[in-house]
Design a protein around this ligand. Structure first.
Ligand SMILES: Nc1ncnc2c1ncn2[C@@H]1O[C@H](COP(=O)(O)OP(=O)(O)O)[C@@H](O)[C@H]1O
Ligand SMILES: [Mg+2]
Length: 368
């Protein structure tokens, strides 16, 4: 039985692309920085939650730069500020949050924008996909209708054109036979398919940056790999930058080009993935990696538990916030180490960086 025949009729027989952006420079995308240009520059970003005189300092001077078209993985323990710092970029924080510092997206300052300004840009500049699509999708609405609504929220299209474009979006996220799926409800889809729908909705505004916040965490390993491969494909096809927020080091190592490690609401190590994983400098990153060499791990490896307690964000001590848990800490660590570029393209915030491990055997000792 095929419900929603009007939708199916409207969706059928699409030939021409409604994504000029996919096929050439005559794109509907706003002026897009070329690869290598800065898309997002976050500087000294701070987020404080205040309630009844108590302040939680969730983000404490986060700074990073993301180039157009690249995939940056943000990793760190639970509570390190990954989600809050990303939600701050989209104005998706509750009114108890105070955001200061700077986050410039393609040259435009996001911090301090009004809700109305943010709403206009949300989805069109930066879109976000979360871990749990069941919470973001309306269970009582057919998925086709939800994608159509997302399309119409961003483009002034009539129903027919919006439907065609919605089907196109579902094809773009590799939804098999999208015309048939159009009339189904979220509960009729697998977790992976629901996440594809969420990605299609996120793409409706042709964002230049997609933030995937633990978007594959709830999925089984095979589905997770498929969604990650889809994100990489979309990144390349659409020239879209991706921020991959994850607990999964294997995922960061396998898919991301850059890695930013967060601790206590700030960046503590940042480099290209190959550099960072081959030459870990920050003792916290070392502890996250644990004893197992990264390349020998299966993807879907969760962060090992780092001994000790994460810091209390309502009473951060002076000095390096990791010092109480760090075997290398000494009196120098009472002064907070800044995140500094110590080696080309490799920044870390530590007075006692981890030296390169000696090559495990002579045969692999080819590092320069
Ligand atoms: N709405 C809120 N009110 C108060 N504190 C919050 C709120 N949202 C997040 N936090 C706190 O901010 C810190 C960072 O949270 P989050 O960014 O979600 O961490 P992560 O995504 O790295 O696990 C945590 O200590 C969390 O408890
Ligand atoms: Mg989070």
């Amino acid at each position: 039985m095929r419900a929603h025949d009007d939708v199916l009729a409207g969706a059928g027989g699409v030939q021409e692309s409604h994504f000029p952006a996919l096929s050439g420079p005559e794109s509907g995308f706003p002026e897009l920085p070329a690869d290598g240009e800065t898309l997002l520059e976050v500087r000294d970003l701070r987020v404080r939650f205040s309630r009844r005189g108590r302040h939680v300092h969730a983000v404490n001077g986060l700074s990073y730069r993301l180039e157009a078209g690249r995939m940056l993985a943000i990793i760190g323990e639970s509570g390190s500020g990954k989600s809050v710092s990303s939600r701050a970029l989209m104005g998706l924080l509750p009114s108890t949050a105070t955001v200061t510092g700077s986050a410039r997206f393609a040259g435009t300052e996001l911090v301090g924008m009004t809700e109305a300004q943010m709403r206009r840009r949300r989805g069109a500049d930066i879109a976000m996909v979360f871990q749990d699509p069941t919470r973001s999708l309306n269970p009582t609405m057919r998925i086709g209708t939800q994608v159509v609504e997302a399309v119409r929220a961003h483009a002034d299209l009539d129903r027919r054109a919006a439907r065609r474009r919605a089907v196109e979006l579902l094809s773009l996220v590799r939804m098999p036979v999208p015309e048939q799926r159009f009339g189904e409800y979220p509960h009729q889809l697998s977790g992976g398919m629901r996440q594809r729908v969420m990605i299609a909705i996120a793409l409706a505004g042709e964002p230049r940056l997609l933030i995937a916040d633990e978007a594959t965490t709830a999925l089984d390993v095979t589905t997770q790999a498929q969604i990650m491969e889809l994100l990489v494909e979309l990144q390349h096809r659409l020239g879209m930058a991706v921020i991959l927020i994850s607990h999964d080091l294997g995922l960061a190592a396998s898919y991301a080009q850059d890695v930013l490690v967060m601790y206590a609401g700030r960046g503590v190590e940042h480099a290209a993935a190959e550099t960072l994983f081959a030459h870990v400098r920050m003792p916290y990153t070392r502890a996250l990696l644990g004893a197992i060499p990264l390349l020998e791990r299966e993807p879907h490896t969760l962060l090992p538990v780092v001994p000790g307690q994460p810091p209390d964000l309502s009473a951060l001590p002076a000095g390096c916030p990791f010092a109480p848990r760090c075997a290398s800490a000494d009196e120098q660590c009472a002064v907070d180490p800044p995140l500094t570029e110590h080696e080309p393209g490799h920044r870390w915030a530590c007075w006692h960086p981890v030296p390169d491990a000696p090559a495990p055997d002579a045969a692999s000792g080819d590092r320069s």
